[in-house]
Design a protein around this ligand. Structure first.
Ligand code: ASP
Length: 221
């Protein structure tokens, strides 16, 4: 999905105030709560690969900017010319922080994982980091309860620590659909923000909820 110019991740992502693409991504495995995030990337071809490498390396959870790029080079993660992320400057200027990409998954052994990748929000200040590379804000996975991923106003997800909150609600016995609906209601009421979430619990079907005009999603079994 980072290669699809229409989506706000990797190639075609939205632009910051300087007209530059700065990318964030995050990944988490629910078995041992291992997580990796990479933020403010300008020259990493697939931000999600770098987030996964940060997770595998295990020394840190979140790397940003130049240090993240250096770590990427040292770990054989594919780099690129920042210019390749811009395919249609006019369209990318108008992208309103929509179409971040994310996935939650449960395998046949009940292991849970989540991954998310984004260009953030249009016209953001250079250096702005959203919720998507931050575990507990834009994503979270815990095999005992569930995995969740968010999209929308990153500042609202960060302030609410929304992904972690959703997993705590699953822990307390709320079903996935109610957790998803509740999270979106809280985004709207407490933060006057728009967004959406996808949730998969230990059992049962995945659920999605959003208060945006649309949030395309697909389910594969
Ligand atoms: N949550 C992302 C951010 O604020 C944007 C999005 O989901 O569209 O960086």
């Amino acid at each position: 999905m980072e290669d699809e110019p229409l989506l706000n991740a990797g190639i075609g992502a939205c632009l910051n105030l300087d007209g530059v693409v700065e990318l964030d991504a995050g990944v988490m495995e629910g078995a041992e709560l291992r997580a990796g995030g990479a933020a403010g990337l300008k020259d990493v071809r697939h931000p999600i690969d770098l987030a996964a490498e940060v997770m595998r390396d295990g020394r840190h959870v979140l790397l940003a900017g130049d240090g993240a790029s250096r770590f990427a080079r040292e770990h054989g993660v594919e780099m690129c010319d920042p210019a390749i992320f811009i395919t249609d400057r006019k369209r990318q200027e108008l992208q309103h922080g929509a179409d971040t990409v994310g996935a939650v998954a449960r395998d046949s052994d009940g292991r849970l994982a989540v991954a998310v990748s984004t260009g953030g929000i249009n016209g953001k200040l250079p250096g702005r980091i959203g919720d998507s590379p931050v575990p507990g804000a834009g994503f979270y996975a815990d095999d005992r309860f569930g995995a969740v991923c968010g999209t929308g106003k990153g500042e609202a997800f960060l302030r609410l620590a929304l992904a972690r909150l959703m997993v705590v609600e699953l822990e307390h016995g709320m079903d996935a659909a109610a957790v998803a609906r509740g999270a979106v209601a809280m985004l709207g009421k407490a933060m006057k923000a728009h967004g959406g979430v996808i949730v998969i619990a230990r059992e049962g079907a995945p659920e999605a909820a959003f208060n945006t005009p649309a949030m395309p999603f697909a389910i594969a079994y």
